[in-house]
Ligand binder design. Structure first.
Ligand code: ADP
Length: 484
């Protein structure tokens, strides 16, 4: 016997037992007037209507009327009624109990409908909140079936997208479950339909009036309206994710166009100065017949220095493009911070002439995970800036200290410093300090390169500065614990 039948049987037996109990109590022990008995029976009938529905209440009413007549209306012990008044009483009892049962069961049905409605609204709210969280189409399409399955308690959910004929399943569902359904044809259905032989509810989803795909559910308790709303929600979420991706794509292409232009402007501008100097010195060397050894040396020095500057500039542009396109591979391995700093100092020895350079390292610095070539570039950029933006003779201090799982390396100078509003901007590509851009040559690429390199090491870079008193640039590197 299945569960529903067992439940029904138990209910019928309970109703009969309760009815018999009331009749027995009043007939055998408590001798009260028939009105009290009628009210007690009415109470039982109302309780049955409210709990189990009209069916139980109506049948029990009829049985109660018969028993009431037999045991409590004179002549007692027969189904005949002597007094006409008692006929009225009997029919009043029967009528009242049936009408009251109907009202009571209708209230119960309405309460259940309201409860189901509330649950469905909650489901729609939960699904909309979850689907609107992701802005990536691929991620969203994969998430839709399981999200709807979890929220609705459906046993299986499938999303079919006509474009590319792609199918997304919730857990435990496979293509074999859809073998008997013509998915493409079902996308053209005018509204929700249920496949008789497979049990799938099929909700066509559209973009405007154009079919987009199909949402298939096995969720017996959901109303058609809710399933259609779920289909619309899925479609809106896909539209939204597609729109977001389009915006991101066009923003990325605009940004890359902007960077290309800025890079070109910056390079053209910065190339001109060294090229003019080189050209002037070279022309003078060629055209002047008698030229002193000192002058010749000076002109050759200009050519040498300016070619170095050009070389640096081109190297910076190349690094920036590489870092931007994520082509760069960081060879992260454990390295001593002292060695990294020393190598950078040696590589930038020319830049640091004229600035006493002190190094302060705390004694407990463990090895860090770093690519030494790239970290040398970070340190050299910071050394060059420290030298460039402070007067000759001002010291440059390099220090390093451990902080939990990272090591912070700082380069401090006593130069012009940076205005507070510019302290974040200077790490942006091509940004040059307002007070420096016309006084000191530069490209605005150095710190952007530093930031990209440090971030590729899972670190951060920042500056603390007081205008007129100098700046301290600090970047962090992760400790290489257990990686030796
Ligand atoms: P560049 O030096 O070529 O202009 P950077 O990206 O290296 O480009 O630096 C960006 C800006 O940050 C500089 O134009 C300058 O205004 C400011 N800056 C960088 N380092 C320092 C420093 N040590 N002291 C003062 N200002 C600095």
């Amino acid at each position: 016997m299945n569960t529903a039948r067992t439940i029904a049987l138990v209910r019928w037996l309970t109703a009969a037992a309760a009815l018999c109990a009331i009749v027995a109590v009043y007939h055998l022990w408590l001798h009260v007037n028939p009105t009290t008995v009628a009210f007690s029976l009415l109470l039982l009938i109302l309780a049955l209507a409210a709990r189990w529905g009209l069916r139980y209440a109506v049948v029990t009413s009829i049985a109660a009327a018969a028993l009431f007549n037999f045991f409590f209306l004179p002549p007692i012990g027969t189904f005949t009624i002597a007094d006409t008044q008692n006929w009225v009483a009997l029919f009043a009892f029967l009528g009242t109990s049936i009408i009251a049962s109907r009202l009571s069961s209708r209230i119960q049905e309405e309460a259940e409908q309201a409860k189901a409605g509330k649950r469905e609204v909650e489901i729609l709210f939960q699904v909309s909140r979850e689907l609107l969280q992701t802005g990536k189409v691929a991620e969203l399409l994969n998430a839709i079936p399981s999200c709807i399955e979890t929220a609705t308690g459906a046993s299986a959910v499938v999303l079919y997208i006509s474009e590319g004929k792609k199918i997304y399943f919730s857990a435990g569902v496979g293509e074999q479950d859809l073998e008997r359904i013509d998915l493409e044809a079902a996308t053209l259905l005018p509204r929700i339909a249920t496949s008789e032989n497979t049990g799938w509810s099929m909700v066509p989803i559209r973009v405007g009036v154009k079919p987009r795909g199909l949402l298939l559910l096995k969720a017996g308790s959901l109303s058609d309206a809710t399933m259609e709303a779920l289909g619309s929600l899925a479609s809106i979420a896909i539209d939204r994710a597609e729109a977001l991706e389009n915006v991101a794509r066009s923003e990325a292409s605009r940004e890359s166009e902007r960077l290309r232009t800025a890079l070109l402007d910056s390079i053209t501008h910065e190339l001109r100065t060294p090229l003019t100097a080189i050209k002037a010195s070279a022309s003078a060397l060629i055209s002047t017949e008698r030229i002193s050894t000192d002058d010749r040396r000076e002109m050759l020095t200009v050519i040498d220095e300016e070619s170095d500057r050009l070389d640096r500039l081109i190297a910076q542009a190349v690094q920036m493009v590489q870092l931007d396109s994520c082509e760069t591979h960081m060879d992260l391995a454990p390295h001593s911070v002292a060695d990294l700093i020393e190598n950078a100092r040696q590589a930038c020895a020319a830049v640091l002439t004229g600035h006493p350079c002190e190094v302060h390292l705390s004694h407990d610095i463990p090895p860090v995970l770093a690519d030494p070539l790239w970290i040398e570039r970070v340190l050299c950029n910071l050394f060059e800036n420290a030298a460039k933006y402070s007067d000759a003779g001002k010291p440059i201090t390099v220090s390093a200290a451990r902080k939990d799982a990272i090591v912070a390396v700082s380069v401090a100078d006593r130069g012009v410093g940076i205005e507070p509003f510019e302290q974040n901007l200077i790490f942006d590509k091509f940004y040059r300090g307002q007070s420096q851009r016309d006084r000191v040559s530069g490209t605005g690429m150095g710190l952007a390169i530093c930031r990209a390199i440090v971030e590729a090491h899972h670190g951060t870079i920042s500056v603390v500065s007081r205008p007129g008193q100098g700046a301290v640039f600090t970047f962090t590197l992760p400790i290489a614990e257990g990686k030796r």
